[in-house]
Design a protein around this ligand. Structure first.
Ligand code: BGC
Length: 508
């Protein structure tokens, strides 16, 4: 009898231990790939190097949903932050501290374009990623395309040509024309019955005007960030809080179809021109990790969040089947399967997932660990996590087997001696080179961003530019020290001597 009891107790103890046993060790992973065996690292000769920007963040305000939202928050003085420092839904942080001129002109790229693109070339870049503003080209509902709007992008392309910068163009980067939100049959925006028709007309125009000048296309920027902030948290227009992801299915489907329409139209036209192009999309990625590595629930939920936030959308394009985690949604989208020439990755660090035992579904996400003194945190309280960059690239390669473009990576650092950005560049480019050694076919890296700009609901305080913009002194530009570090790596690779110096300087 005693033996039976002892055996049962031991089995239960073993099961409990197994339940909590951390997969991959008791402690958190190192921030970096180990420093043993530091080596000289080089990138491919035809690698594309540059920065990324988006129309709504750098250009003067156009008649878009975002411009309307900006003006509304200014009129209603909705600038306050939550206690955590994050914006409230329907608010934009700190706009009261910037002049009307700044609010209307953003980084004033319209007037500084020549100077900025020349600076990009001087910083050693050979490419530049920008986005088209749908509202600049089609300011009015059902109206004709605007000639001035069309010319504006030809001007960007002229400057790219002059400065030997290969253009990389993004079609949808979060903002749409204001008229797109007028209700048709009770539906707005992407859910209007004619939404994809309008989007198709926009693509036709882009094809006609710009296809001969552009080889690199990105259809959608970070669809999941758009869906999450636009329809669940209320932070981005249309500022909705639909509560459950299943209530956003129709928007997910519309975006998948928008991607397919753009892919098909661009390729069909390129074929006629006998022109080689690459068309893909880009996803916001983070390393989702357990806050407490010993907690089975933290680990489990972290995996589930990774699948939902990063891979659901990418899997849909890969398989042609839209499945949405935690819902019954499972729908084939005919013609979608495999339609991407590359996988675009935007990488911004680690998110911890904390899931209570009592109710793991009520998990929280932290952008850093307040108890970990070793974390290197930026102005938005996001912590650097370079090793996650190599890991996400390798995961994407394994899952999809496509070439990779890093279409964004960067950090908010407003200081003149931007040490966080300097460290980010050195450590992330090292992980990028190591991922390349692991076998990933990586074709380009775009730093976010060229100049300080409008950081959505975070307003103007979060500074992402290699070039500082002085908003109180006529948008004056000043290059930050990180720009030189980036330049040296572009021109010479990352030598072991430079890396070892950085290890000391930044306590890596
Ligand atoms: C977006 C950019 C944004 C950047 C920094 C990405 O999510 O594509 O528009 O400014 O990250 O937050």
């Amino acid at each position: 009898m005693q033996i039976i009891i002892i055996t049962i107790v031991s089995i239960v103890a073993l099961l409990v231990a197994l339940f909590f046993l951390p997969i991959g060790g008791n402690r958190r992973k190192n921030l970096y790939t180990s420093n043993d065996a530091i080596q000289d690292l080089n990138f491919k000769k035809d690698f594309l190097w540059g920065t990324a920007t988006a129309a709504q963040q750098v250009e003067q305000l156009q008649p878009s949903d975002w411009s309307a939202f900006v003006r509304k928050t200014v009129n209603e003085k909705k600038h306050a932050a939550q206690d955590s420092g994050d914006p409230h839904p329907g608010h934009i942080l700190g706009l009261d501290r910037y002049s009307q001129d700044v609010i209307e002109k953003n980084s004033n790229f319209d007037e500084f374009m020549q100077q900025d693109l020349k600076a990009a070339a001087n910083m050693g870049h050979n490419s530049y990623r920008f986005s088209f503003s749908f509202s600049r080209i089609f300011p009015e509902a059902g109206g004709k395309p605007d000639k001035k709007g069309i010319d504006f992008y030809h001007k960007i392309l002229d400057e790219c040509e002059k400065n030997n910068l290969k253009p990389s163009a993004t079609i949808f980067h979060f903002s749409t024309p204001e008229w797109f939100w007028q209700s048709v049959e009770g539906h707005k925006g992407w859910e209007r019955p004619d939404a994809l028709e309008h989007f198709g007309r926009f693509i036709d125009l882009l094809v006609k005007e710009y296809l001969p000048r552009i080889d690199h296309w990105c259809t959608l920027n970070e669809p999941m960030v758009y869906l999450y902030n636009g329809y669940l948290t209320g932070l981005f227009p249309p500022n909705e809080m639909r509560g459950d992801v299943k209530n956003v299915t129709s928007v997910v489907e519309a975006l998948l179809r928008a991607h397919m329409i753009a892919y098909d139209k661009l390729h069909a036209a390129a074929q006629k021109l006998n022109k080689q192009i690459e068309v893909g999309y880009t996803k916001h990625t983070r390393a989702f990790e357990a806050y407490r590595n010993w907690s089975f629930f933290d680990r489990l939920v972290a995996k589930k969040v990774e699948q939902a936030f990063i891979f659901d959308f990418m899997d849909a394009i890969d398989t042609g089947i839209m499945k949405i985690s935690n819902t019954k949604v499972h729908k084939e989208i005919p013609g979608l399967k495999g339609k991407t020439d590359y996988v675009g990755i935007n990488y911004y660090g680690r998110f911890y997932v904390k899931a209570p035992f009592s109710n793991p579904a009520k998990f929280t996400i932290l952008s850093y660990d307040p108890d970990d003194k070793n974390e290197k945190i930026n102005n938005l309280r996001w912590a650097l996590y370079p090793v996650g960059f190599r890991e996400i690239i390798n995961k994407a390669v394994k899952r999809y087997g496509k070439p990779i473009y890093i279409l964004e990576n960067g950090t908010a650092d407003d200081s003149d001696d931007d040490r966080i950005r300097q460290e980010l560049l050195i450590t992330h480019l090292r992980e990028l080179a190591l991922a390349q050694k692991d076998g990933a076919d990586i074709r380009g890296y775009y730093h976010w961003s060229l100049v300080d700009n409008f950081e959505w609901a975070e307003g103007f305080d979060a500074r992402f530019g290699l070039i500082k913009v002085d908003y109180e002194d006529g948008f004056k530009r000043t290059r930050r020290p990180s720009a030189d570090i980036f330049k040296k790596i572009i021109e010479q690779g990352l030598s072991s001597t430079d890396y070892l110096e950085a290890v000391k300087k930044y306590s890596i």
